[in-house]
Write a protein that binds this ligand. Structure first.
Ligand SMILES: Cc1ncc(COP(=O)(O)O)c(C=O)c1O
Length: 393
């Protein structure tokens, strides 16, 4: 087996699923705040688009996708971020953003150029930035995201010699798992540093549409050359199972992606592209989704304030990043909660594999994803309140 795979610990969500299954077998009612895959139904118009586009003859989709989809994406970007994109040259559909993120380093990392093969990303993080880097033969360089920096990746604090060796920087705001957001001035600053060191800036923007207090900006608003953004309909429209998103930005990079992605087998099926076109062209269903998450978020803000759990106020995303109560390790608290059927993700799940290998990963935080329905959340809060008082007693 490939050593890259052998050396990785189990995918964090797989580990959680295993524990959950054991509890279910024991008959414990599970309130699952672990995996970030909400269950709200897909908007009818989107489902209809799929049904209407199923054809009798099935043919291979193309890497560049349907022109009408690329045009609807360009229209959305124009409306949302006031940025003009050329639908033919600056946008490629993807099968959700995970594969696009995973495959990206395969296009840009040269293993015979080790002096320019680092990939920087913040930690805690979505694990795929590191995994894609490792599979492509790049060198992951996790940078600790700190509370005092509002969990923003601070390239200005990274040594110049490291930046000189860096090919790609990943940022992800609004951020999984902390819910932190970045403003335009932060994006401008990080873009200017990446350009100074000839680095490709990749901005994973899959949560920009799940906002509450302010509309998160896109890196597209601050730059063009050496810049790519990654968007998805998984969070905005709840289409996690349909696998659809897009990559947009610098035409030179998009041209290179067009060449390489034809080898990956990730062109999006035609009927999913039809659904994606409908989803990017409609804001009503997104507004409704935001309201659902806002209601759940407000419920938990009230609950955490009541029981005295500290958390980072989420201006966006459907996550809470919560501090472990004093006197307990995160592992202890999370395991205790599990006994009551409350599934949360310990912060260590979002550490880079390299940090774990080097024993540099400690986290006093855990994450909840607002996945259960509002009614289930109401019940969960009651169970959690009782559990919490018994655990911290
Ligand atoms: C930060 C981040 N990026 C990307 C993804 C991948 O999402 P998808 O492949 O469904 O678009 C996720 C999923 O949870 C995520 O949290």
């Amino acid at each position: 087996m490939n050593n890259t795979i052998l050396n990785l610990r189990p995918y964090p969500m797989e580990e959680l699923n295993r524990i959950k299954e054991e509890l279910k077998k024991k008959g414990v009612h599970i309130y699952d705040f672990g995996t970030g895959d909400p269950k709200e139904p897909v908007d009818e118009k989107i489902v209809k688009s799929i049904k209407d586009s199923i054809t009798e003859i099935s043919q291979y989709p193309s890497v560049i996708g349907r022109k009408d989809l690329r045009e609807s994406i360009a229209n959305w970007v124009k409306k949302r971020f006031e940025v003009e994109l050329d639908p033919d040259g600056e946008i490629i559909p993807s099968n959700g953003s995970k594969e696009a993120i995973f495959h990206l380093p395969l296009t840009f990392i040269n293993t015979d150029e080790p002096e320019k093969s680092r990939v920087i990303f913040g930690t805690p993080a979505y694990p795929v930035y590191e995994r894609g880097t490792l599979y492509a033969g790049g060198k992951p360089y996790p940078v600790k995201l700190r509370e005092e920096d509002k969990f923003l990746l601070r390239l200005d604090k990274v040594e110049k010699s490291i930046l000189e060796e860096t090919k790609i920087v990943w940022i992800n705001y609004p951020h999984n798992p902390t819910g932190a957001t970045a403003d335009i001035s932060y994006l401008k600053e990080i873009y200017s540093i990446t350009q100074e060191f000839d680095i490709i800036l990749c901005s994973d923007e899959c949560y920009t549409e799940i906002y509450f207090d302010f509309k998160p900006p896109s890196a597209l608003q601050v730059g063009y050359k050496n810049l790519l953004v990654f968007h998805s309909l998984s969070k905005r429209s709840g289409l996690t199972g349909y696998r659809t998103g897009f990559i947009a930005g610098d035409k030179t990079l998009i041209d290179q992606l067009k060449k390489s992605r034809s080898s990956f087998g990730v062109a999006t099926p035609d009927f999913i592209q039809a659904a994606a076109k409908t989803a990017w062209s409609d804001e009503n269903h997104v507004e409704k989704r935001r309201e659902v998450f806002r209601k759940k978020r407000d419920l938990f803000i009230k609950f955490f304030n009541k029981v005295g759990l500290e958390y980072l106020h989420p201006e966006a995303t459907f996550y809470f990043w919560i501090k472990t109560p004093k006197g307990l390790t995160t592992e202890e608290y999370v395991k205790q909660l599990l006994k009551y059927g409350i599934v949360v993700s310990p912060g260590v799940n979002f550490c880079a594999g390299i940090e774990i290998l080097n024993q540099q990963c400690q986290s006093d935080y855990f994450r909840i994803a607002l996945v259960p329905s509002y009614e289930e959340c109401l019940k969960a809060v009651k169970v959690w309140e009782k559990a919490h008082s018994e655990i911290v007693r």
